[in-house]
Design a protein around this ligand. Sequence first.
Ligand SMILES: Cc1cc2nc3c(=O)[nH]c(=O)nc-3n(C[C@H](O)[C@H](O)[C@H](O)COP(=O)(O)OP(=O)(O)OC[C@H]3O[C@@H](n4cnc5c(N)ncnc54)[C@H](O)[C@@H]3O)c2cc1C
Length: 250
Amino acid sequence: MTAHPGAAPMSPPEARYEWLLTVVEVFAIGPRMRRLVFTGEHLDELDYQPGQALVLRMPLPEGGTGRRDYTIRSFDRVRARLVIDFVLHGSAPAANWARDAGPGDTVLAQGPRGRTILAGQADWHLFCGDETGLPAIRHMLETMPAGTTAFVWAEVDGPEDEVPFDSAAALTVEWVQRNGARPGPSRLLLDRLAGFSLPPGRGQAYLIGETSNVRAQRHHLVARGMERGQIASEGYWRPGRIGGHDHVDD
Ligand SMILES: Cc1cc2nc3c(=O)[nH]c(=O)nc-3n(C[C@H](O)[C@H](O)[C@H](O)COP(=O)(O)OP(=O)(O)OC[C@H]3O[C@@H](n4cnc5c(N)ncnc54)[C@H](O)[C@@H]3O)c2cc1C
């Protein structure tokens, strides 16, 4: 190839950021969780890390769309199939859309984005989350190799909401049940965390779910000596908040 002195250097092509997703299959994952399997043009170009999410443009009752973050639960590049698990938490735009969606329905997605991804170097990994965090926790666990160690604390309403975890890691799982109490601010996961003896070595924690719970769990782990950099923490929802997310960094 001939060099052209003074010519601007070629910039790499921009990664695609918008995807029109079409529902191809739906499944019940439990009484309060619905799985939607999507396909879409150009999905073979999607590059993401397990734990990351897409922003879905959800139809709003007043017209237009609102932004709602949803984790990529799994992705099959060869078959162009992307899976998202939706919590059916009540009557709200994304929950309603997911409850009613069927094959052929479409949604515009943007991303991937998100800071909740596996840290490479850690002697053990601690995952703590409610239902909204389960898709990320399940996907990250699937990618952990043999020889790694993971502890999972997961909050759901009842035993019928529990889901299997598939991982090559040495796994300890504890379910925490609300037993009919409203999801939201509570000490349920915090109390379990308080009873957990931090293993020796350098750990990495991933705290995702309702914002005030995530913040309390983070403060608890910092008080016990974990460095802030060892704790990835994100508020995935909070009572009264419409869409969005809360970085929990304090
Ligand atoms: C990075 C990221 C990844 C996420 N991944 C997932 C995912 O894979 N699956 C998933 O189901 N959710 C996920 N969430 C959470 C989801 O984006 C929120 O629950 C979102 O608010 C749902 O939108 P909505 O239109 O149903 O409700 P909104 O219109 O946003 O909220 C309406 C009302 O419902 C309440 N509300 C919202 N979510 C819940 C809930 N889970 N339980 C109880 N009340 C709630 C709000 O506080 C508000 O009062 C993720 C969030 C983030 C930031």
